[in-house]
Structures are given as C-alpha cells and as structure tokens.
Design a protein around this ligand. Structure first.
Ligand SMILES: Nc1ncnc2c1ncn2[C@@H]1O[C@H](COP(=O)(O)OP(=O)(O)OP(=O)(O)O)[C@@H](O)[C@H]1O
Length: 278
C-alpha cells in the first residue's frame, strides 16, 4: 500500500471541528517540542501535540514510532528531557488535578492475576475523587453508570481473572470513565477487541465527547471510531510527520510500509503509570 502521508508536513495543530473562541478554556494537552529517552535511547525527538476540549485526536504511527511513549509523557510516567507540557493550561510541574484525566493503558495482562472483581477494579478509578474517604452513594452510582456504559454491569461481581480480553479492556475503560474525566487518554483501546465490543466503545466515546471531554487515542486502525476523529497526529521515528485530517488509508490498517503486530505488554516497561493507575 502506498503512503498518503507526506514525509514532512508542518506540524502546527490543524483547525479543529471545535474552534474555540478567544478566551475559551485552554487546551487539555499542550505538549511542545517534547524530547524523551528510554534507557538512554532517544525515543521522542521534538513532538508537538495539542488536544483541545471536546476534540478527539488519534495518535497514529508504525510500531515503535513513539506513540505510547508520547502518552506516557503526557501522564507524567516518562519524563521530558526537553520541551514543555501543560495540562488544562497548567504547567506539568504544578498540575494536581489528576482526577480530570482518565487513562487506559496499552493492553496489559497485569490485572489477569489479580483476585479482584470487576466492580473493585472500576472503583479504583474513583480514588482521586473521594481521597480514601469511605465510598458514598454517588461513588457507587458512578461505578454502576460506567459499567453500564461499557455493557459490563451484569458482570460487576465477577472476578477480572475470568474475563475475556475484550471484556477486560471494557473494564479498564469503565475505570477511566468513572471519574467523569475532562480528558480521556486511551492507548490502543481496540486492540484485540471484537467488533461488538468495538461498537460499544465507539458509542461510549461518542457520549463522552458529547459531554465535552477531550480524547487522545493511540490507534492503529480507526475502524468504528473513524467518524469521531477530528484530527490525526502521525508519528514517524519519534517525530510528527502529519498533523491534520486522518489519512484515509489508515482507516483499517496500520501505516503503510509498516506491519503492525499486537502491542507489547506494559509489563515490559519499567516506567509504568504511577499517577493514574491506582
Ligand atoms: N521501557 C522501555 N525501555 C527501552 N526502550 C523502550 C521501552 N519502551 C519502549 N521502548 C522503545 O521506544 C520506542 C518507542 O516505543 P513506543 O512503545 O512508544 O512505540 P509505539 O509507537 O507505541 O509502538 P507500538 O505500536 O508497537 O505500541 C521503541 O523503539 C521501543 O522499542
């Protein structure tokens, strides 16, 4: 398949479907000239990434291009060596409103061995809200709503170890939704998920966007999410090679010239996500 993605495109963020009036809320994510290394090896080489309120941005690129590392810099689990990060207009060093961010990590088997129920896992997503106080009715209701949104309410008391991969992914998404986040970050939420679950996820995301959440998605295939995507940022070798409308050919496949294999487990990564993974 030939590439429709130019090698070099100006990377200033493209116009959004949701243009903001002057004085409107600041960008949910503003990452500027981000440089980061993993184990001494440069991985991000000057990434610019802006996600505005109510906007859905897909982060695309071949295996190893730096997508997961980019979102990990956004949630603070990979430090920046150079560049700047603001979350909701606040410089990262001063940002404390982590309850405003829901994060779904790249598919991991870590929870598979945990003897917790679906409800317990989703409830951990409320921890930033109730700050170790006893769970109140509104917390329980929020957990029920999030489980219902992903079609898992009837499995609430089941152990997560007994779920399929797609169901497990839906539980992680419910955990991210349960705090009613203003920014949802999902790293390959569709990986290994059947079409029925993909449609449930797409419907869930649509409702989140309608209520005004900003969404940053790492994706290899746009699939049922395609109609929701406002803008695509394509990475190549740790640099942004495209920032604009989603390239059409990426609708169902990984980027041209690069086969995609299933994402590696986060277990392989020493820098997991301390702030957002309860
Ligand atoms: N913990 C780590 N230690 C060292 N190098 C790493 C680590 N995690 C990732 N890398 C390397 O950093 C580069 C970018 O990895 P990253 O996971 O960000 O890519 P990606 O675009 O998300 O890829 P994929 O589509 O395969 O998930 C790759 O070359 C990868 O081998």
């Amino acid at each position: 398949m030939s590439s429709v993605i130019p090698d070099t495109v100006p990377t200033g963020s493209a116009p959004s479907r949701h243009p903001l009036p002057a004085g409107a809320a600041p960008a949910a994510v503003s990452l500027r000239d981000a440089v980061a290394s993993l184990e001494g090896r440069p991985v991000l080489r000057g990434i610019d990434l802006v996600v505005r309120p109510g906007e859905v941005v897909a982060l695309l690129g071949a295996n190893g291009s730096g997508k997961s590392t980019t979102v990990k810099t956004v949630i603070g689990s990979v430090p920046l060596e150079r560049g700047g990060l603001e979350l909701f207009g606040t410089p990262y060093a001063r940002f404390k409103e982590w309850h405003r961010i829901g994060y779904v990590p790249q598919r991991t088997t870590a929870a598979g061995g945990v003897p917790a129920t679906v409800r317990e896992v989703v409830s951990t997503g409320r921890l930033p809200q109730h700050r170790l106080l006893p769970f109140r009715r509104k917390d329980r209701e929020a957990v029920d709503r999030a489980l219902d949104a992903v079609g898992m309410l009837d499995r609430a008391e089941d152990g997560v170890a007994n779920l399929s991969g797609g169901q497990h992914q839906r539980v992680l998404i419910a955990r991210a939704l349960v705090g009613t986040p203003d920014l949802l970050i999902m790293d390959e939420p569709m990986a290994g998920v059947d079409m029925a679950s993909q449609q449930i996820l797409a419907d869930t995301l649509r409702r989140e966007v309608e209520r005004g959440a900003a969404v940053l998605l790492v994706l290899h295939e746009l699939g049922p999410l395609e109609p929701l995507i406002d803008r695509a940022v394509v990475l190549r070798d740790g640099c942004v090679s495209h920032d604009g409308p989603p390239p059409k050919e990426v609708g169902q496949h990984a980027l041209p010239g690069h086969d995609h294999v299933h994402p590696h487990s986060d277990d392989d990564h020493p820098n997991n996500t301390p702030r957002l993974l309860a």
